[in-house]
Design a protein around this ligand. Structure first.
Ligand SMILES: O=C(O)C(=O)C[C@]1(C(=O)O)C=C[C@@H](O)C=C1
Length: 274
């Protein structure tokens, strides 16, 4: 398996060999790269053979011997923040890995344990970790998959889901990745499949927005004294294209005009049909 790690905007699923997590077969959970959390140093040789990377779990942050042994495998290391760990303590684990000659360290914000026992994802800490370390930072949305979109918008380079996530949660997180990474992403994909995958995500977001736009245009038609093609307002169309061109300077007014003409006419046809 590859030892280089492409994080954005993958959903990384991880397997923990710690007893209370239960074992899950790799084939059942592999979505993005497979990361495995060891139970002890004894697990490391098997992990080195099968996994794309190793998880230093939130509960392991004080076990420096294990962290060092993990780093020496040479695989990417995903360092989860302990549920009470500070930014400094978290980044110190990354430094331990680098000290062992392994610079392939990815951080993962895994939430702070609150007084009610819940895990609260700290997105401002995630941003701070990104800024301070310059490393990719994932967000573990296992405790609350509905935060996936917020994490991506906050700058998460990828998301982590525990193997116990059910199919509905996986679908929810995948949908958030598709829609929000299209808006938040500024990375330049390096390969043809990665570039096409990025375009597919943009198209998915575009389709969602076009459907919503058609719905709203239908509402406008029903509110206007004269709706449909008969009530067309070319000055309004010119203004909205001009505003869009400020956000899309590469396309500019000239290229956006026929695109928006087609979009608006599709909406008008739709509203006249219904
Ligand atoms: O804003 C309106 O008046 C609309 O009817 C909506 C809309 C649009 O789809 O954005 C459609 C037709 C008009 O020519 C201008 C704009």
């Amino acid at each position: 398996m590859s030892s280089t790690l492409e994080t954005r905007p993958l959903i990384t699923r991880w397997i923990s060999l710690r007893p209370h997590h239960g074992r899950v077969r790799a084939e059942d959970v592999l979505d993005g790269p497979l990361f495995v959390e060891p139970f002890s140093a004894d697990d490391l040789p098997a992990i080195a053979e099968r996994a794309a990377g190793v998880v230093v779990g939130a509960a392991w942050m004080q076990d420096f011997q294990l962290v060092r042994a993990v780093a020496r495998l040479g695989l990417p290391v995903l360092v989860q923040r302990g549920h009470a760990a500070t930014l400094e303590e978290w980044l110190a684990i990354a430094d331990y890995c680098v000290a062992e000659g392994n610079d392939q360290v990815v951080l993962c914000e895994s939430g702070t344990r609150t007084h009610t026992g819940h895990l609260a994802l700290d997105l401002s800490l995630l941003r701070a970790a990104k800024a301070r370390s310059g490393r990719p930072v994932l967000a573990d949305v296992s405790a609350d998959p509905s935060l996936a979109g917020a994490a991506i918008v906050a700058g998460a380079d990828g998301l982590l889901l525990s193997p116990s996530a059910d199919e509905e949660e996986v679908a929810q997180v995948r949908e958030a990745v598709t829609l929000f990474s299209a808006l938040a992403g500024h990375d330049t994909p390096a390969t043809l499949p990665a570039a096409r995958a990025a375009i597919d995500r943009v198209d998915a977001a575009l389709a969602t927005l076009l459907e919503r736009r058609a719905e709203l245009a239908g509402v406008v038609q029903s509110l206007k004294p004269v709706g449909g093609f008969a009530g067309r307002d070319m000055e309004r169309e010119r203004q909205l294209v001009a505003r869009m061109a400020e956000r899309a300077p590469r396309l500019g007014v000239k290229r956006l005009t026929p695109i928006m003409n087609a979009v608006i006419e599709a909406g008008l046809h739709l509203s006249e049909e219904s």
